[in-house]
Design a protein. Structure first.
Ligand SMILES: O=c1ccn([C@@H]2O[C@H](COP(=O)(O)O)[C@@H](O)[C@H]2O)c(=O)[nH]1
Length: 275
């Protein structure tokens, strides 16, 4: 999906919601456990219920890989279901990959050629040759970890160089030479609040994938105040806050209600910024 298509979808739906598909087998409703593939059935119903309010889905590979072959099948079926039934939804594989060049090339092939997702999260730690194999696929995106939502973001990302440059700033400045905002997004946690101002000084045009609202307590309003651009420039993710709104037979309905609430707040924010 191109940047223009993504922006058009956001404007048409008045939403920049990314629904996180993190189907923890221990938390999905009991009655689904008898299905042939409970994870896929859970995702299918969540997707059907929330699609009107979302522009993107982000399955996190951990929740699939942890179940071995059955989990991987659920992941593939989920991606195929989205591609077939909801081709306008951006699919982000949250895999946090990145390795020496020839290995990264295999990861890129797996996600972009074999699975056909639109975007993959990549860790920057191994540098340019670990990231560039994911670039150069028409309409595909690298989503590079910049300033994450967790407490551990302080351990490395916020540490300063002798001239006061913080590591996440170096990641953005250096990596923005590798790709344009047409194919590079950054992960910035919603819990980072006012830091979005600093991010925007370095990456004024890039889309930011923003996890951390809902279960992690980040503020949508604050993210928008400091991070929104004339093109919106944000994809805000919520996983547990939507998909586990209920563990009963009404789980999909409750997920839709939570997604709709977020979408309505997003529409208000888009209005404020005249997007
Ligand atoms: O900085 C980061 C990077 C990735 N994540 C992932 O996003 C979702 C958040 O889930 P919630 O249930 O909405 O908290 C999950 O897949 C994380 O692994 C993140 O939270 N922070």
């Amino acid at each position: 999906m191109t940047r223009k298509q993504l922006i058009d979808n956001i404007k048409n739906k008045q939403s920049f919601l990314c629904v996180g598909l993190d189907p923890d087998i221990k938390k999905i409703p009991q009655h689904l456990l008898d299905c042939e593939n409970p994870l896929f059935e859970f995702n299918r119903q969540i997707i059907d219920a929330t699609a009107p309010y979302a522009v993107a889905y982000k399955p996190n590979l951990a929740f699939y890989e942890s179940l071995g072959t059955e989990g991987w099948i659920a992941f593939e079926k989920t991606v195929n279901y989205l591609r077939e039934h909801y081709p306008d939804q951006l699919i982000i594989a949250d895999a946090k990959r990145g390795d020496i060049g020839n290995t990264s090339r295999m990861y890129a092939q797996s996600f972009f050629e074999h699975l056909g997702v639109d975007a993959v999260t990549v860790a920057p730690y191994m540098g340019e040759d670990s990231v560039t194999p994911f670039l150069g696929y028409e309409g595909k995106w690298v989503v590079l970890l910049a300033l994450t939502s967790n407490k551990g973001s302080h351990d490395f990302q916020l540490t300063e160089d002798t001239d006061g440059t913080r590591l996440f700033e170096k990641v953005i400045t250096t990596s923005s030479r590798w790709a344009s905002p047409e194919s590079m997004m950054y992960v910035v946690g919603a819990t980072q609040g006012r830091m979005f101002e600093d991010i925007r000084r370095l990456a004024p045009d890039n889309f930011l994938l923003v996890p951390g609202v809902g279960a992690q307590g980040g503020s949508l309003e604050e993210v928008c105040r400091y991070g929104m651009t004339p093109d919106c420039g944000l994809l805000v993710n919520s996983s547990r806050g939507i998909i586990f709104a209920s563990d009963g037979t009404d789980f999909a309905q409750r997920a839709a209600e939570e997604a709709k609430k977020l979408q309505q707040q997003m529409a208000e924010e888009l209005k404020k910024f005249s997007v």
